[in-house]
Design a protein around this ligand. Sequence first.
Ligand SMILES: [Zn+2]
Length: 274
Amino acid sequence: MTRRPGIAEPVVDDSRRRALTAAERERYARNILVPEVGTAGQERIRAARVLVVGAGGLGSPVALYLAAAGVGTLGLVDPDVVEVSNLQRQVLHTTDAAGSPKTDSARVALAALNPDVEVVAVPERVTEANAPEVLAGWDVVVDATDSFPTRYLLGDTTARLGVPLVHGAVLRTHGQVGVFDAGRGPCYRCLRPVPPPPGSVPSGAEAGVLGVLPGVIGSMQAAEVLKLVVGGARPLIGRLLVLDAWGARVDEVRVARHPGCPVCGPCVTPRREG
Ligand SMILES: [Zn+2]
């Protein structure tokens, strides 16, 4: 692929592609018909390894659409169990699953949707200690969490590993989505160098979330993942889309690489795992 400004090359190496079976060509026919995807793009989707951190409001549409699209290996990280108050937005889970680990509930739902997808469940919290191990070896990591400490941990660790991070966040009637890829643009810490003081930004549990909003933002995150995997698209690298659902407005915020960034600045060389 020749280099064009803003057009990203696929994150999946073509040596990992294999020919689609007849059953796969039938299942993914509508993807393959899209000229930007085609057979080569679908083969990359089948070869892709995508880790979704958070199997809640954002993680639900991300995981469902990526499984439906035929992502070969889908990792899901979440330490929590399904609660009835989750079901207003977390469409991966059902009423019957209340009380079950979210990773178990998700595995059942994703297997029913597409049994060809290998689901790797990690029923743990991402911590400073396990982040390098949990986040390594994936083509793309999706931030579908709702806590600032985890968000910074994902941002810093993926930047150091050279793995692109598809970020999403929702609160009340607003949401945002962006891609942080330290190899090709800013990292999350370039956007916000330090976390907000604890308690200064309310969580969804404290302030509420309009149930459909993570569906919109999570679906956009799934689209960004597929764009990174297939290649040839303009991902949201260096751009943050901010959605005001109540006012039906979308704004684009430019995010520049911060020269003094402690994670991706000039003193630090990001590396991409092979
Ligand atoms: Zn940075």
